[in-house]
Design a protein around this ligand. Structure first.
Ligand code: EPU
Length: 415
């Protein structure tokens, strides 16, 4: 099995171009099931989850053409066959097939979604939304069957702010009759991105990016062209890596506003962060201050950056408290950080990071996607060579990470 190896202690220097957002791409691809004409998606990241999603659509009968970072998806010939296989299990975002196929065919049978193990990840709010739209939901033997005679617009209050439920309900509601209102909706930029694509397809959606989204059902959606927003989590990971190595890096093709919660925390630590229209310059400091951080739904600090940010905090003077309010099980990588010499302990949802600690390279295991990113950041800091195993998790969400880090001067290779 391949390992990503990092020889630490080289400050990163230069510029890195950020790809399209993974968590948009994995919702935009199934959204094309609602148009019965070709949809072209630009700025598609070259990551495993995109590949898996395209294969899922092909399995349903769609035609997928790849031209560089552009995807053309024609779903006009798709059949509504039951989907329950390892591809569904390999990523969380396969749950968007529920909303998209329900919206298109009024029924769907699908296996339960998999994805990173971050503690309990229920989908009760997705189901609540489908039921409110008039669907009947039945679970049996690892499968879920959702069907409706006719989807009808409804008022849905989400009990939990959920990215997945907000998008899934939008997908199901765009072709329902009448008006749907999603209250306490998630506000992530990826939700705006999906709403933008759906509106280009002819859907009528207002309020995406706020906590109240109003959708008026449209009878038919058409083909269109759409460009994916930059991946704020990939960008944030490189910003953290730059700060962790005391480097100087320009992160290109980003929307700086999307990175504000991270930018604010880095500045509090003493890192220089300068923003321009589509770039962020990060310059590390040899005296980093401890800071406390709590993950929250957007525009709060993203849980997806909690893990790499904690690796950075091992280099700050003093004690930092990291609270993950979104996922109870997102601290598994801390065992691995400890094996590298980090002084971090967990108390329930809080990680207590005592800095600054000397990290040394060793063999570690990425338990999930962002855990992998955290261990790479730790490897960039550490003395000696860190070998990160289970890299398939990292490749699910970071395009060409080895090449991008090497371009920034890091010593990184596969073994
Ligand atoms: N939740 C419920 N019930 C639901 C749905 C969610 O209780 O029906 C809870 C979850 O257990 C969690 C919280 O609500 O505690 C937020 O979950 P959310 O639904 O927002 O997460 P998600 O849609 O499953 C997406 C991203 C995650 C990211 C979270 C939070 C995708 C494919 N995944 O997951 O990304 O951490 O939002 O921002 O968009 C990653 O990229 O590494 C990743 C895990």
């Amino acid at each position: 099995m391949t390992m990503l190896c990092v020889k630490g202690r080289t400050p990163l220097r230069g510029s890195v171009a950020i790809g399209g957002a993974k968590n948009s791409a994995v919702a935009l691809i199934p959204a094309t099931l609602l148009a019965q004409e070709p949809v072209v998606i630009e700025n598609v990241p070259a990551i495993e989850d995109v590949k898996t999603y395209c294969e899922l659509l092909q399995q349903l009968g769609a035609t997928v053409q790849v031209d560089g970072d552009e995807l053309t998806l024609d779903t006009s010939t798709v059949d509504n066959i039951p989907i329950g296989n390892e591809k569904v299990q390999s990523m969380r975002a396969s749950y968007y097939l529920m909303g998209a196929l329900l919206g298109r065919f009024n029924e769907v049978t699908i296996g339960f979604p998999g994805g990173c193990h971050l503690g309990p990840r229920p989908i009760d709010q997705h189901i609540k939304g489908f039921e409110a739209l008039g669907a009947n939901v039945q679970r049996k033997e690892g499968e879920i069957r959702i069907e409706a005679n006719q989807l009808r617009g409804a008022r849905i209050f989400l009990d939990v702010v959920s990215v997945g439920a907000t998008i899934n309900i939008m997908l199901a509601a765009v072709c329902a009759t009448g008006q749907t209102v999603i209250e306490n909706a998630a506000k992530e930029p990826e939700i705006i991105d999906v709403a933008t694509l759906l509106c280009s397809m002819g859907a009528k959606i207002k309020g995406a990016g706020t906590d109240v989204i109003r959708i008026v059902g449209a009878s038919k959606l058409r083909g269109c062209r759409h460009s994916i927003i930059p991946d704020r989590i990939e960008a944030g990971t490189y910003m953290i890596a730059a700060a962790a190595t005391g480097g100087e890096v320009v992160v290109e093709h980003v929307i700086p506003k999307h990175l504000e919660p991270l930018t604010a925390k880095l500045r509090e630590m003493g890192v220089t962060v300068e923003e321009s229209l589509e770039e962020i310059f990060v310059k590390g400091s040899d005296r980093l201050q401890a800071v406390d951080v709590k993950t929250l739904p957007y525009p709060g600090f993203p849980t997806d950056l909690q893990q790499p940010f904690t690796a950075l905090l091992t280099q700050a003077d003093g004690t930092s408290l990291v609270t993950d309010n979104i996922y109870s099980g997102r601290f598994k990588y801390i065992d691995e950080l400890q094996r590298m010499g980090a002084h971090v302990r967990t108390q329930g949802r809080v990680a207590v990071v005592q800095g600054r600690s000397s990290l040394s390279g060793t063999q570690v295991r990425a338990s999930d996607l962002r855990a992998g990113a955290a261990l790479l950041v730790a490897g960039l800091i550490a003395e000696g060579v860190t070998k990160v195993g289970e890299t398939h998790h990292i490749r699910r969400g970071y395009e060409q990470i080895e090449r991008k880090l090497v371009q920034l001067g890091a010593e990184v290779w596969s073994e």
